[in-house]
Ligand binder design. Sequence first.
Ligand SMILES: [Zn+2]
Length: 381
Amino acid sequence: MSKLDFFQMYRDIIAIPSISSTDPAWDQSNQQVINLLADWFAGLGFAVEIQPVAGVAGKFNLVATLGQGSGGLLLAGHTDTVPFDADRWSKDPFKVTQEGDRLYGLGTIDMKGFFAFIVAALQELDLTQLTKPLRILATADEETTMAGAKAIAEAASLKPDYAVIGEPTGLVPVIMHKGHMSEAIRITGKSGHSSDPANGINAIEIMHQAIGKLLGLQQELKEKYNNPHFKVPYPTLNFGAIHGGDSPNRICGCCELHIDMRPIPGVSPEELVGLLHENLKELHECHPGCLHISHMHDPIPPYACAEDSPLIAEAEQATGHAAEAVNYCTEAPFIQQLGCDTLVLGPGHIAQAHQPDEYLDLSFVKPTQAVLQHLVRRFCH
Ligand SMILES: [Zn+2]
């Protein structure tokens, strides 16, 4: 097959909208992007498998494999983008526009453009020389539920030795990030006329006590845990939203607090939920049945790559950058569940992700392709 042009691939993949959103008015199927990727990788001789993501209509993962058996390298990314703010984009988000040394478009760096980098890099290699399998994974719904990556982790049918996820890290190897949880704490009291407090159970007053306990937990997290790779080296607990009551002359019957918690590597979401329950136990005993804690979405676990992994050493050498920790979440904790050393490393800067006029700086093109070629040569030979 004749070689595909890098810029044409970029134009083609950005032109297909593949927005994922928890708002059904925005949410779209990623099937057309998956089909395009299937053509690209089949053209390179890969065996391509398109897998519907169970429970999510119109969403698909793609696994493309060159070679047989387990081991080798997995290059991964997500096919969806966030929605866009039409008023704030000065260009058409679905039409790649080159201006100076920038390529503008939705998904240019976060991150379906990464697949064009992979194809361009592989076209320059003699793929018949590979002795270990090379796999490509393209997932659905990273920007919302990570359903695609979770399905791949649960199926556990891929067994690579190493995985690289091409999120926009500025081509710096990223080896850890915190997890993310959103928890709802609901206090159900009993409403009544404000003239007699004994007529009810005031949910705001109980919430006040709960917040006091959680402030204590904030402090406990800070003292108990420390990971010096992070600017904020401990698990955080943020008070994000609170709603309760309806009018001054009624005893508040219900109050709900939403908190965000970010576990560091080595601390599981379950451990933080355990601490939450432990700190609120006394309150629970004083007011039986009043207190309810629930996940607002499935927790994203923290992630760290084993620091002695050869993948880190190779990536540092190939990019010339020391590995670092970041403060955003990726699919890495799920991909890692396949049993592979996992790294996040890709072109473009995270600061341009989820922004109007998202763009790829063209200075990333050559170095990224060279890094991908280096990793394929190193881990598939
Ligand atoms: Zn992304």
